[in-house]
Design a protein around this ligand. Structure first.
Ligand code: PLP
Length: 425
C-alpha cells in the first residue's frame, strides 16, 4: 500500500508486486520448501522474482501474463534463444534411442571433435556438468601436473558456486590455497605469480564482476609470467568463448595451457568442459601413464552430447558468432550515447554480446572502479526496465542471444532512455 513517505524504490517494488499476484503466491509456496524460494541464488531479487511460464525466440512470458524481451539470455547459457529448432530436433531424436546408457556412445565423440577443432588451446577435452565443476577439475589437474598447490585468481572473480572471490564468497570457497591479484594489473602479474604457483585462473573478460574486458597486455603478461615460473595458465572461457569461434583466445592470439567452458556451448543443456594441452590432459589417460580418474555419472549425458554436437557443428558458426559480437557492440554504443545524454551516473562495459550497465560514470577497467556504484539507482533502473517489458539481470548484466532482433534492440535502447528520464525527474 502506498504511503507519502515511500521512496521511489518502495513505489517501484509496490507497483511490481501489485502486477504479479500469481508470481508472489508461488514464491511464497517456494519459500516454504526451498531456502529463499529458489535453487539458484542469482535468480533472486526483491521483492520476489516473477515466475516464468514459457519462452519462445527472444521473448519470455511470466505466470501473470507479462511478456518480456529476454536480454538476460540465461546468464549467457541461452545464446541460441529459446527454441533453436535443430537442437530441439537432436534432443528429441536422441531420446527416441534411449538415455542413461551407463556406457560410451557416439555423440560425445562428435561433440569433443567439434570442441577440439575450434579452440586453439584445446588438444583434448573432458566434459563435466557445470562450469564450476570444470574449473575445479582444471585446478586439480594443474596442481597434479605441476606438483604445486597455489592457485592465483583475480579479486572479485567468479569461477563458480565454490569459486567466488568477491564479497561474501569466502564462506563457500573450495579449500585450495589461493593467491589474489588485481585484474588488469601488470605489477601484480610479476609479484603474485611465482614459482609456488601451480596455475593462474583468469577470465579474458570478468563476467559476473561486471563485464570488464582484460587488456591484451595483461593476458600476454600472464602468459609470459606463467612460462617463466613454470605455472599453467587457465582461461575460464565459460562466458567469453562466445566472442569468436575459437573464443577470446583466438581473437587475441594468446593460448592458455588449459581452458574451461560451460553455459551456451551445449545448446542450453547442462554442461561444462575442461581441456587443453595433450601432455597435461594425459593425466586422465591410463595408456599414457595417467593416474587421475575423472568421475561423473552425467559427464556424457546423451541429451547434452547430442545438443552440443548439433549446436557447435551446425549453429554456432564463426559467422553467427561474429555477427552477434557486432550486434552487441552496437547495442553498447547506443546505450553509451543514452548514458552520456543523461545527468545520472551510468555507463556500460563489456565485449560483444555480453555487457553490464553500471551506476558509475566509468570507465570501468577493474572491479575497484565500481566501489562507488549506486545500488538504489541500479535497482530502480532494473524495475523501470522490467515494467517496460525488458528482462535483464538485476545487476545490469545482459547476454544477447541470436534470437534478439533489431526491433528488440530498439526497444531496449528506448526503454533505457525512457526509464532514465523517469528516474531523473
Ligand atoms: C566465468 C564463469 N565461470 C564459471 C561459472 C560457473 O558455471 P556453472 O554455473 O555452470 O557452474 C560461471 C557461471 O556463471 C561463470 O560465469
Amino acid at each position: 500500500m502506498s504511503n507519502r513517505f515511500a521512496t521511489p524504490l518502495d513505489r517501484a517494488r509496490e507497483r511490481y508486486t501489485s502486477k504479479r499476484p500469481r508470481s508472489r503466491e508461488i514464491f511464497e509456496r517456494a519459500a516454504l520448501v526451498m531456502p529463499g524460494g529458489s535453487t539458484r541464488s542469482v535468480l533472486d531479487f526483491a521483492p520476489f522474482p516473477f515466475r516464468i511460464a514459457s519462452a519462445t525466440g527472444s521473448h519470455i512470458v511470466d505466470v501473470d501474463g507479462h511478456e518480456y524481451v529476454d536480454f538476460l539470455g540465461d546468464y549467457s547459457a541461452g545464446l541460441l534463444g529459446h527454441d533453436p529448432g535443430p537442437v530441439e530436433a537432436a534432443v528429441i531424436a536422441t531420446l527416441g534411442r534411449g538415455w542413461s546408457f551407463g556406457g560410451v556412445h557416439t555423440d560425445e565423440v562428435r561433440f569433443a571433435e567439434a570442441v577440439v577443432d575450434r579452440f586453439p588451446s584445446i588438444e583434448q577435452v573432458r566434459f563435466t556438468n557445470s562450469g564450476t565443476e570444470a574449473n575445479l577439475m582444471a585446478i586439480q589437474l594443474a596442481r597434479h601436473h605441476t606438483g604445486r598447490d597455489r592457485i592465483v585468481v583475480c579479486d572479485a572473480a567468479y569461477h563458480g558456486g565454490l569459486l567466488y572471490f568477491g564479497h561474501g564468497g569466502e564462506a563457500l570457497l573450495a579449500p585450495f590455497e589461493f593467491d589474489r591479484m588485481r585484474f588488469n594489473d601488470l605489477h601484480d602479474v610479476g609479484h603474485v605469480v611465482d614459482r609456488a604457483t601451480a596455475a593462474v585462473l583468469v577470465e579474458p573478460m570478468m563476467g559476473s564482476a561486471g563485464c570488464i574486458p582484460a587488456t591484451s597486455e595483461f593476458l600476454s603478461a600472464l602468459r609470459a609470467r606463467c612460462d617463466e615460473v613454470g605455472a599453467l595458465l587457465i582461461f575460464d572461457e565459460v562466458m567469453t568463448s562466445r566472442m569468436a569461434a575459437g573464443g577470446v583466445q583466438a581473437r587475441l592470439g594468446i593460448t592458455p595451457d588449459l581452458t574451461t567452458l560451460g553455459k551456451y556451448l551445449a545448446g542450453g543443456m547442462t554442461f561444462g568442459a575442461f581441456g587443453g594441452r595433450a601432455d597435461v590432459m594425459a593425466a586422465f589417460d591410463p595408456a599414457r601413464g595417467g593416474d587421475l580418474t575423472h568421475g561423473g555419472t552425467f559427464n556424457n549425458n546423451v541429451v547434452t552430447m547430442a545438443a552440443g554436437a548439433t549446436a557447435l557443428g551446425e549453429l554456432l558458426t564463426a559467422d553467427v558468432l561474429d555477427a552477434l559480437f557486432v550486434t552487441g557492440d552496437s547495442v553498447m554504443s547506443r546505450l553509451t550515447a543514452v548514458f552520456e545524454a543523461s545527468p545520472l551516473p551510468l555507463c556500460v562495459s563489456g565485449m560483444g554480446s555480453l555487457m553490464t550497465i553500471h551506476t558509475v560514470t566509468g570507465p570501468v577497467t577493474s572491479p575497484a572502479d565500481l566501489a562507488t556504484a549506486d545500488p538504489v539507482l541500479k535497482e530502480l533502473l532494473f524495475h523501470e526496465l522490467v515494467d517496460r517489458g525488458i528482462y535483464l539481470a538485476p545487476r545490469g548484466y545482459m547476454a544477447l542471444s541470436t534470437a534478439i532482433t533489431d526491433d528488440d534492440c530498439d526497444r531496449l535502447v528506448s526503454a533505457v532512455a525512457d526509464s532514465l528520464r523517469m528516474i531523473a525527474s
